[in-house]
Write a protein that binds this ligand. Structure first.
Ligand code: PLP
Length: 391
């Protein structure tokens, strides 16, 4: 047996382990200090009431012969796909039920989709970036080109017609930067993909944080996108499903490469290798799309967004350059006085006992930048804001 040697090309990620080691050492040397984390990448508020009620009711179903469920429909239960279809209709995107695939989250599908694409495709990935896009392509040995996201382009890189790529990753609202593409900018990407016979893998995991009605929440709001894009979405950050696990992927019927419908290929891949999401969890996910569910999740999202607003207002006041924080739970700011992102990390930890995530951990263009998130408690955010002002 020979291993897949591409795995040996993966770089170890020391980002979060280094952060935790540094914080641990600091706390040992300063036992009376209260360290506040603005680096939390997970939700902290619990599942909403409608979801919990639906979970209980679905569990009861499983205990009665009349309502018990065994293997489910391969793309997901129709009740959930219909709800997602209506959700998209509410932002003017018409979908066919067969274009919606229920998943156990965006990370799995973003990685697994590569199964149906040849390994010698060239991939274009923004830098800085959510590391999964890079690592999954290294695992399959694809050639990766990077597009620079930086202060000059407000961390929203646009296509360069001199660069030819087959697979393009776009994440909007972005992790780690919080930057969001507008219609005009996404149209440029769609036009590029159509002209170059490329596919766009669009990650909309944070779409529910978009409050500005003029900004697109789905790439399918852009004309032509159904011919060149797949969209990955998740209930993780939208509805606190990071531990519950459910998402969905939209593969349009119009998407055809090499004279083959991509939807058919993905269906074949999923029905062979994916076991689907449990009935109980799909019922819970369905509750997210109910009228009450939508109101309840908006309360939690509103809480995080208020946190983001408090943090952005402070950064503004202190004269930091930053993006994000308005239609996103992430804020990405320039470290002061040309500090590297790790120097700034140590400075914040030592001076005000506040922790964030050094931008260098997300790619070379992250050097000199810092990511903070709005997922903490209000009490901690207010305390962090106070401490930032003293710094
Ligand atoms: N995509 C992006 C951009 C993310 O930041 C995350 C999680 O942090 C995911 C996908 C993963 O989502 P899920 O929990 O649905 O796998």
């Amino acid at each position: 047996m020979k291993i897949n040697k591409n795995y040996l090309n993966l770089e170890d990620s020391y980002l979060f382990s280094t952060i935790s080691k540094k914080v641990h050492a600091f706390k040992e040397n300063n036992p009376n200090s209260k360290v506040i984390s603005l680096g939390i990448g997970d939700v902290t508020l619990p599942l909403c009431k409608s979801v919990i009620n639906e979970l209980h009711s679905a569990v009861e179903d499983m205990g009665k012969a009349e309502t018990f469920k065994g293997y489910g429909p391969e793309q997901g239960y129709e009740f959930l796909r219909s709800s997602i279809k209506s959700y998209y209709e509410s932002h003017n995107v018409k979908l066919d039920l067969n274009e919606i695939f229920i998943s156990d989250g965006a990370k799995s599908d973003v990685g697994n989709i590569l199964d149906i694409m040849e390994n010698n495709n060239t991939v274009l990935i923004p830098d800085p970036v959510y590391p999964v896009y890079v690592d999954t392509n290294i695992m399959s040995g694809r050639k990766i080109l990077y597009m620079d996201a930086n202060k000059e382009n407000n961390f929203l890189p646009l296509p360069d017609c001199n660069i030819k790529a087959d697979i393009i990753y776009i994440c909007s609202p972005n992790n780690p930067t919080g930057a969001v593409y507008n219609h005009e900018q996404l149209k440029k990407w769609v036009d590029y993909a159509l002209n170059n016979n490329s596919i766009i893998l669009f990650d909309s995991a944070y779409e529910a944080f978009i409050g500005d009605k003029s900004l697109p929440r789905s790439i399918f709001e852009i004309e032509g996108a159904k011919k060149c894009a797949i969209e990955f979405c998740s209930l993780s950050k939208t509805a606190g499903f990071t531990g519950t696990r459910c998402g969905y992927t939209i593969v349009p019927m119009e998407l055809v490469f090499d004279n083959v419908k991509i939807n058919n290929l993905w269906l074949r891949r999923q029905t062979t290798k994916f076991n689907g999401v449990s009935y109980i969890i799909q019922r819970a996910a369905n509750a997210v799309f109910s009228k009450n569910g939508q109101q309840e999740i908006q309360e939690s999202i509103g809480y995080y967004k208020e946190n983001a607003k408090l943090l952005s207002a402070t950064l503004n006041k202190l004269g930091f350059w930053f993006v994000g924080g308005t239609n996103s739970p992430y804020i990405w700011f320039k470290c002061p006085q040309n500090m590297t992102s790790w120097e700034f990390f140590d400075y914040m930890l030592n001076k005000i006992n506040v922790v964030g995530t050094p931008g260098a951990g997300f790619g070379k263009n992250g050097e000199g930048f810092f990511r903070i998130t709005a997922f903490g408690s209000r009490e901690n955010i207010l305390e962090a804001v106070k401490r930032l002002q003293t710094l």
